[in-house]
Design a protein around this ligand. Structure first.
Ligand code: PLP
Length: 440
């Protein structure tokens, strides 16, 4: 057999191994989810090999009559689900959605406010010296929100004072960006609408993590609280394909459309537009129950870990109002997030290490941070409820606090997972959750 055929076969082997592993694993990565069988069958359609530059009905490519209709359905469903006047479903990811937002609302070099990475901001919001998309790609000058580490949220008064001070120093701010990757509690959007109007600033909200919760009315409602534009990934709490969306008031539609094409994309991954349309329909039908349970599960997981001696952040506020919890693991026997991440993975529990606001002062960085971030979207989708969160906390405690043999815990996790093999909150709940189509 040729070396290339061996590698070709190896790829299929590895895909198979990964799928098997996912069947046996507790996945608590807050930015991930498992899409429904219906979404997965949509994203393997022929659209994946086609082009459709531009807006439906005004394409630069021929052959789009069915693709156009699907994209228009997707736009309508997105507008309905997010109660938005305008939706552009072309961004191929959350970062590209953010780039569309920056392009539509700011000139290169304009100044903006965003959360720092240590306080939960995403790299696409960050400064140029960090290689962040806003700074390095668009040249934006990024000032950070003042953060209240007790409340685990933006400090409204101190941040407003900072913005006024910047204007007094001649450093005009053009854009206020809310949202982040560590996102426990709703951000103070409405508190900043007045000051935005006073100084002629626009407000953006990156809902990559919480878009599913927002869609179902379970977190906050940025477009009604004063945001001019909201971006999202469609595959975190919103259980769609890996894609993005930009939502806004109608008055910004033209600028956003131009940012998508000809600005940022030629091909916009049409198969994922089809998958997104299916996911949006599922969320309109099942999203309330699904997101309700996600949040209950996140709080239950926080409580169960807290009761077992873990230092879960924001205990005084019920740990979280979203799908995530953040845990300071610096006092556990394993001490740093990287070790915890590696040991739990050996036990079939997949989590993220995470920087904590005070890590830098303690000489830590993102490689060996003092925290971990856990999310409940995927396990909730498989039908888990509060009692399963208690079981998960116990598995984690056996590995991290009690130092039990990870192979034994991995076996127990696989056994536990046997009862959770189907996606819930979807039209088709019969096909196994991680099954994939194989033509070869
Ligand atoms: C707040 C935030 N924005 C944007 C993104 C990027 O999304 P994507 O991976 O879809 O580009 C993420 C990813 O986790 C995120 O947390």
């Amino acid at each position: 057999m040729s070396e290339h055929k061996e590698l070709y076969d190896r790829v299929f082997d590895l895909i198979e191994k990964h799928d098997d592993w996912m069947h046996n694993t507790i996945n608590l990565i807050a930015s991930e989810n498992v899409s429904s069988p219906a979404v997965r069958s949509a994203i393997v359609c022929d659209f994946r090999d086609r082009y459709a530059e531009g807006w439906p009905g005004e394409r630069v490519y021929a052959g789009c009559k069915y693709i156009d209709e699907v994209e228009l359905i997707c736009i309508d469903l997105a507008k309905k689900l997010f109660r938005a006047e305008f939706a552009d479903v072309r961004p191929v990811s959350g970062v590209v959605a953010n780039l569309m937002m920056y392009t539509a609302f700011m000139k290169p070099g304009d100044r903006m406010m965003a959360l720092s990475i240590a306080h939960g901001g995403h790299i696409s919001h960050a400064r140029g010296n960090l290689g962040g998309t806003a700074g390095a790609v668009r040249g934006h000058k990024v000032q950070n929100w003042v953060f209240d580490e007790q409340e685990f949220n933006i400090d409204v008064d101190a941040s407003a004072k900072k913005i006024r001070g910047l204007f007094q120093d001649g450093k005009d701010v053009k854009f206020l960006l809310f949202g982040g990757s560590v996102f426990l509690f709703p951000h103070p959007v409405k508190e900043f609408r007045k000051i935005a109007d006073e100084y002629g600033m626009h407000i953006g909200y990156d809902s990559a993590h919480v878009s599913g919760l927002i869609a179902a009315g379970r977190f906050q409602d940025p477009l009604r609280e004063g945001a001019d534009v909201m971006t999202a990934s469609t595959h975190k709490t919103m259980p769609g394909p890996q894609h993005g969306v930009v939502l806004s008031k109608e008055e910004f539609a033209d600028a956003i459309k131009r940012a998508a094409f000809p600005g940022l994309m030629s091909n916009h991954h049409l198969h994922n537009v089809a998958g997104l349309a299916v996911a949006l329909a599922e969320m309109i039908e099942f999203g309330h129950d699904y997101t309700d349970q996600i949040i209950k599960n996140a709080r239950a997981l926080g409580q169960a870990l807290h009761e077992r001696g873990w230092n879960v952040i924001a205990e005084q506020k019920g740990f979280t109002a979203s799908h995530q919890i953040l845990v300071d693991i610096s006092e556990t026997p394993m001490k740093d997030g990287r070790t915890v991440e590696e040991e739990l993975e050996k036990a079939n529990i997949v989590i993220n290490r995470n920087l904590l606001p005070w890590d830098k002062k303690r000489g830590r960085d993102y490689k060996t941070p003092g925290g971990i971030r856990l999310g409940t979207s995927e396990m909730t989708r498989l039908g888990m409820k509060e009692s399963e969160m208690d079981a998960i906390a116990e598995f984690m405690t056996r590995v991290v606090m009690k130092g039990e043999d990870v192979r034994k815990v991995a076996e127990d996790v696989a056994e536990f997972r046997k009862d959770f093999q189907h996606v819930h909150y979807a039209f088709d709940t019969d096909t196994p959750a991680y099954a994939h189509l194989r033509f070869k």
